[in-house]
Design a protein around this ligand. Structure first.
Ligand code: 9MR
Ligand code: ZN
Length: 567
C-alpha cells in the first residue's frame, strides 16, 4: 500500500485528501487498506478514518482509496499511516503557497541570459554572463554556411538578455510571451501575493520584484522587434549546445525569421505590459505600447498566416503552429483593453467567432489570454462591476460569452477530475510531453472559474492539481525541485548538469510523465504498456520527461499565487 500526500503541505483551511493505492497489475484484486491514521510527526495519532474506495484509476493502473482529513487545521508537521505504510511528512501552515510561488519565481532569475549571476543573489549557483556576442539573420547565415558570403558580410545585431527558455539556451518569442502572460496576469489578479523580495539585483527599487524579473524578459523581447514591426521567432544557435555552462556556449547566435504568431504574441504582451507597468515605470510602459501598436500595424499589413518551421540544419526548439487566429485575437483584445478603441474589439470578436477552442493558456494556443484581458476587471481583486463597466453592448455581450466559455470548460475539467483516482485534471490519453503544463494550465482555468463564479469545487480542484504536482501522483515525486521530502533532482538542464554542484537549483517544475516517451533513454527504460502516469524517470538525459522550462514554472506561479490568496 502506498500513501500519497502533498509533500509540501496544506493551508489550514484547505481541502486535504490523502490517496492510498495498490498496483492493480497482474490481475490483483483490491485489498482494502487498514484504518488510516493522521498523526503528528512524532507518531501521536490525531484522527482515524476509514478510507473510501474509489476504484481503478485508468491513468496509473492503480486501485485507489481516498481519505479526507480537511478537519485537521492546526499548524504543524504530520504524517499519514495505514498498517505498515507511512506517507512522507508534510506541513499544515498558512504561507506555504506564498513561499512556493516566490521560490518558483526565483527560477526565472536563474534562467537569466547575458548577465553575471552574483553570489549575493545566486548563492552557490553564481555563474558568468553568457551569450553576449552579436547575432546574425538566418537568411544571411544560410548563405554564409553555403560559402556564398563571408562572415564580415553579415549584418550584426546586438540583442541580449532574457531568460533561457528551458534546459537549452534558446530564447523563443512565443514561449516567452506565454510565460510572461501567466505571470503578469497572476500579478494583475493577485497583486497582494507578490509582496516578498526575490533577492535579485533590482530588489528594493520600488517596483515589485516579480515585475522586475519580468522586465528582464520584456526588455529582451522588445529587441526582437525589427524596424518594420515584425518579430523574430527565436534567437538560438544552429544546434543545441553541448552540456556546457552557458558562457561556454559560444556558437553563432541566429535570429530566425519573423512568424505571425511571434508578432501577434509580442503585440499582446507589450500591450499588457503597458497596463501593468504604467504605475511603476511610465517610460517603459509607453515604449511597450508604441511597440505593440507598431506590431499591430504589421499584422494588418500581413493578414496571411506566416508560420515557422525549423530549417533542416537546425535542431533547436521549433514552437510551430498551424494558425495564428488565437494569437491575433489576443493581440486585438489587449489593445482594446489599453486604448478602448472599438475597432480592436470588433477585430477580436470576428476572430473569436472562427475559433472552436477559446480557453487555452499555452504557447501554441493563447486564446484564453484574450478572455483574461476581456474579463480583467471581474478577475481582479475587489472588482466592482457597475452596469457601465463594459463600455458598450458588444463588449458586454462578448464578456458574457467568454464567461460562459470559461465556466463550461471548467465544468468539463471537473468531470475529468471526478473520473481520476488521483483527482487529476488529465484523461489517460493526455499525458503528453510537458504534461505537467497541461495539469497546471487547467489549474489556472479552474482558478479563473472560481474567480468568476465562487464555487468552492473549482478552488478545491485547483488544490488537487498542486497536490498532484507536489506528490499525489503514481510515482510519488514532488515535481518541484527542493520542495517536499522526495522531490525530483535530475532535471534535463544544461546548467544543472554542467555546474559540478551536487545540489540542484530549487524551484524548477519538471515536464512530467509522457505516455509516449520521445527520447532515447526513456524509450529504452520505460516498458511498453506502462500506464501513462508512471511514464516518468528522474534522469537528466530524459528530455521528453524531465526537462524544465519557463512556461512550466509560470502556470505554477499563477496557481500558487491564487492558492496563497484563498483561505
Ligand atoms: O514544450 C514543447 C513540447 O510541447 C513539444 O512537444 C516539444 C517537441 O517539439 O518541444 C517542447 O519545447 C521544447 C523547445 O522546443 C525547446 N526548449 C525546450 C522545450 C521543452 O522541452
Ligand atoms: Zn545565455
Amino acid at each position: 500500500m502506498k500513501i500519497y500526500i502533498n509533500q509540501m503541505g496544506y493551508h489550514p483551511d484547505s481541502v486535504k485528501t490523502a490517496v492510498l493505492t495498490q498496483d492493480a497489475g497482474a490481475g490483483a484484486s483490491p485489498q482494502a487498506p487498514d484504518i488510516v491514521q493522521i498523526c503528528s510527526v512524532d507518531g501521536t495519532c490525531i484522527l482515524e478514518k476509514e478510507p473510501t474506495f474509489f476504484g481503478l484509476d485508468k491513468s496509473s493502473g492503480d486501485y485507489v482509496w481516498h481519505v479526507s482529513f480537511s478537519e485537521i487545521n492546526t499548524p504543524g508537521t504530520y504524517i499519514v499511516k495505514s498498517g505498515d505504510s507511512t506517507s512522507y511528512p508534510f506541513e499544515i501552515e498558512t504561507g506555504l503557497y506564498n513561499s512556493l510561488h516566490t521560490l518558483l519565481s526565483k527560477m526565472l532569475y536563474f534562467q537569466r541570459c547575458g548577465m553575471d549571476l552574483l553570489p549575493e543573489y545566486a548563492g552557490q549557483f553564481a555563474r558568468t554572463k553568457c551569450h553576449t556576442p552579436s547575432s546574425v539573420l538566418w537568411s544571411e547565415y544560410k548563405k554564409y554556411l553555403a560559402g556564398e558570403i563571408e562572415s564580415e558580410d553579415m549584418q550584426r545585431f546586438d540583442i541580449r538578455g532574457g531568460w533561457h527558455d528551458a534546459g537549452d539556451y534558446g530564447r523563443y518569442s512565443t514561449a516567452a510571451a506565454a510565460a510572461l502572460a501567466h505571470i503578469l496576469y497572476a500579478f494583475r489578479f493577485f497583486p497582494d501575493a507578490f509582496d516578498k523580495s526575490l533577492n535579485i539585483p533590482e530588489s528594493g527599487n520600488g517596483m515589485p520584484d516579480i515585475l522586475n524579473e519580468c522586465l528582464y524578459e520584456l526588455k529582451w523581447l522588445l529587441q526582437m522587434q525589427n524596424d518594420e514591426g515584425g518579430v523574430y521567432h527565436k534567437q538560438c544557435t544552429l544546434r543545441h549546445a553541448n552540456f556546457v555552462m552557458p558562457h561556454e556556449d559560444t556558437n553563432q547566435m541566429i535570429l530566425y525569421p519573423v512568424s505571425s504568431m511571434a508578432v501577434a504574441d509580442f503585440t499582446a504582451i507589450m500591450a499588457l505590459a503597458y497596463r501593468i507597468y504604467y504605475p511603476y515605470d511610465n517610460d517603459f510602459a509607453t515604449q511597450a505600447l508604441q511597440a505593440a501598436l507598431k506590431s499591430y500595424d504589421w499584422l494588418q499589413k500581413h493578414p496571411e498566416f506566416i508560420g515557422f518551421t525549423n530549417p533542416e540544419e537546425t535542431n533547436t526548439g521549433e514552437y510551430d503552429d498551424t494558425n495564428d487566429i488565437d494569437e491575433r485575437l489576443w493581440a486585438a483584445m489587449e489593445l482594446y483593453r489599453c486604448t478602448g478603441e472599438k475597432h480592436y474589439l470588433t477585430d477580436a470578436k470576428t476572430l473569436f467567432d472562427t475559433l472552436d477552442i477559446t480557453t487555452e493558456f499555452g504557447w501554441g494556443d493563447v486564446s484564453g489570454f484574450a478572455g483574461w484581458a476581456l474579463l480583467e476587471q471581474e478577475l481582479m481583486p475587489k472588482a466592482s462591476i457597475s452596469e457601465e463597466y463594459y463600455a458598450d453592448t458588444l463588449e458586454a455581450e462578448f464578456a458574457k460569452v467568454y464567461r460562459h466559455e470559461f465556466l463550461t470548460e471548467a465544468d468539463r475539467i471537473l468531470d475529468i477530475i471526478r473520473k481520476s483516482g488521483y483527482l487529476l485534471d488529465l484523461s489517460p490519453n493526455e499525458f503528453c510531453w510537458g504534461s505537467n503544463m497541461v495539469v497546471l494550465n487547467r489549474a489556472m482555468l479552474l482558478s479563473t472559474a472560481y474567480l468568476l463564479d465562487s464555487q468552492k469545487e473549482y478552488a478545491d480542484a485547483a488544490v488537487y492539481q498542486m497536490d498532484y504536482i507536489l506528490g499525489v501522483n503514481a510515482v510519488g515525486y514532488s515535481y518541484i525541485t527542493g520542495v517536499g521530502a522526495n522531490s525530483f533532482c535530475h532535471p534535463h538542464n544544461r546548467v544543472t548538469e554542467a555546474d559540478g554542484i551536487d545540489d540542484t537549483i530549487p524551484g524548477y517544475v519538471s515536464g512530467g510523465p509522457n505516455g509516449i516517451p520521445a527520447d532515447e533513454k526513456a524509450e529504452w527504460l520505460i516498458r511498453p504498456g506502462t500506464p501513462p502516469m508512471k511514464c516518468y524517470l528522474d534522469i537528466w538525459e530524459c528530455y521528453s520527461l524531465n526537462e524544465i522550462t519557463i512556461y512550466w514554472n509560470s502556470p505554477a506561479i499563477f496557481t500558487a499565487a491564487f492558492l496563497s490568496c484563498q483561505k
